[in-house]
Design a protein around this ligand. Structure first.
Ligand SMILES: Cc1ncc(COP(=O)(O)O)c(C=O)c1O
Length: 399
């Protein structure tokens, strides 16, 4: 008998965090590592936000806040949703969490239980299936088409529909592919969700990192097209404002779901950290010029990354429309050998790249996408050039 509950054995550790830890360990040993695994901007949090946190500390905003978040921050979220997403939402439809990750976890806790199935598109962000497993429900994976911007394979989706499906998780712009789904694809899914009375959880944490055209929130499409699907949207301060360590994210949706999430959050963590919440008000309603600067830099880096990846013989990389990930296809290198050792899958390939080139990447198999590798590009251009150069040198040694 083990002292640990079954739940612990059912769940996988965060795979991307593991890669980031490996990079940190090597760096601590003095190894010159280039890290393409981090899911976070390399910029510091903008100064106006840091100053707001300092003021909050000095003014004694250091106590527990309301469980669902300070009214000031929930109002700031509503102001931002109106300004950026053209959505009218009231503060009692908003929950502030310790990072969007907690919102997503809570959403699964309040919506799903044993016997339920939840549809997740593949490639998926590593945490989605685990959130569903932690709610005792079953994740059901649905294919996307890598030749079509990783948009849903509608035939596969139809084939996965059962009476047990209770919900579906969307993530556009996507981690790991960086793809931004067309409005049509999302409208289609919303229509199916409405027809079957599923709840849609829309993870929009990369909403402000879209490089071409304009991002439209699923809720806005749902409202404008009078679809009437039930949607819970989750967003984050982490990526937009380079605030990953502050742990502030939020969810908005129907009042009863938000209330249920708030109830569980109240027992689990009381509330999100008060200083982070105060700083987040400034992030959402203050000067947005740092966001524009970061968007511009990420777009330049994306263009460079995609160019360099496509220059590698046998590798193909579509242009990702958003987030800060490139997700090239390396399947031509699967089945080759390195010094007599067969490279069976993307795990093996990423291991060779790490051990020989000292470049940390994330194997696509971990996201349900064999043959692909995820490259995060929030790094300086010279570092990107050097990293891809090193990868290319190692690949030349495969046969
Ligand atoms: C798709 C996706 N959703 C949610 C999150 C979590 O964001 P947060 O830092 O707000 O918890 C991440 C972070 O990597 C992500 O990639």
């Amino acid at each position: 008998m083990t002292i640990l509950a079954d739940r612990v054995h059912r769940v996988k550790p965060s795979f991307t965090l593991e890669m980031t830890s490996r990079a940190a360990e090597l760096r601590a040993q003095g190894v010159d590592v280039i890290n393409f695994s981090a899911g976070q901007p390399d910029f510091n949090t903008p100064e106006n936000i840091r100053n707001a946190a300092k003021t909050a500390l000095d003014e004694g905003q250091t106590k527990y806040t309301a469980g669902s978040g300070t009214l000031e921050l929930r109002e700031a979220v509503c102001t931002k949703l109106k300004r950026e997403n053209q959505l009218v939402v009231s503060p009692n439809q908003v929950l502030i969490s310790n990072g969007e990750k907690q919102s997503l976890y809570l959403a699964c806790q309040v919506l799903f239980q044993e016997g339920d199935e939840v549809l997740i598109f593949k490639p998926y962000w590593v945490s989605f299936p685990e959130f569903v497993i932690l709610s005792d429900a079953k994740p059901v994976l649905v294919n996307t088409d890598s030749k079509q911007n990783f948009e849903p394979d509608m035939d596969d989706l139809e084939s996965k529909i059962t009476d047990n499906v209770k919900g579906i998780i969307l993530n556009s712009p996507s981690n790991p592919t960086g793809s931004v789904w067309s409005d049509e694809a999302i409208i289609n899914i919303l229509g199916i969700a409405k027809e079957h009375d599923w709840t849609v959880i829309s993870d929009e944490c990369y909403e402000r990192l879209v490089f071409e055209g304009k991002f439209t929130s699923s809720k806005k499409l749902n409202d404008d097209h009078h679809i009437g699907a039930k949607i819970l949207t989750c967003m984050s301060l982490s990526k937009t404002y380079a605030m990953t360590g502050w742990r502030i994210g939020y969810a908005f949706g129907g009042e009863s779901i938000i209330k249920a999430m708030s109830k569980i959050q109240g027992q689990a963590t009381s509330c999100a950290n008060s200083i982070g919440q105060a700083a987040s008000v400034e992030a959402l309603v203050g000067d947005q010029s740092a966001v524009e600067m970061m968007q511009k830099k990420f777009k330049e880096r994306r263009d460079l990354m995609v160019l360099l990846l496509n220059d590698i013989p046998g590798v193909s990389c579509d242009i990702p429309g958003g987030a800060f990930y490139a997700f090239p296809d390396f399947s031509n290198y699967i089945g080759t050998s390195f010094r007599g050792e067969k490279i069976k899958d993307s795990f093996d390939l990423c291991d060779v790249i790490l051990n020989e080139a000292r470049v940390v990447t994330v194997p696509g198999d971990g996201f349900g996408a064999p043959g692909h590798i995820r490259f995060s590009y929030p790094l300086g251009k010279e570092v990107i050039r050097e990293g891809i150069n090193r990868v290319q040198k190692v690949l030349k040694q495969l046969n």
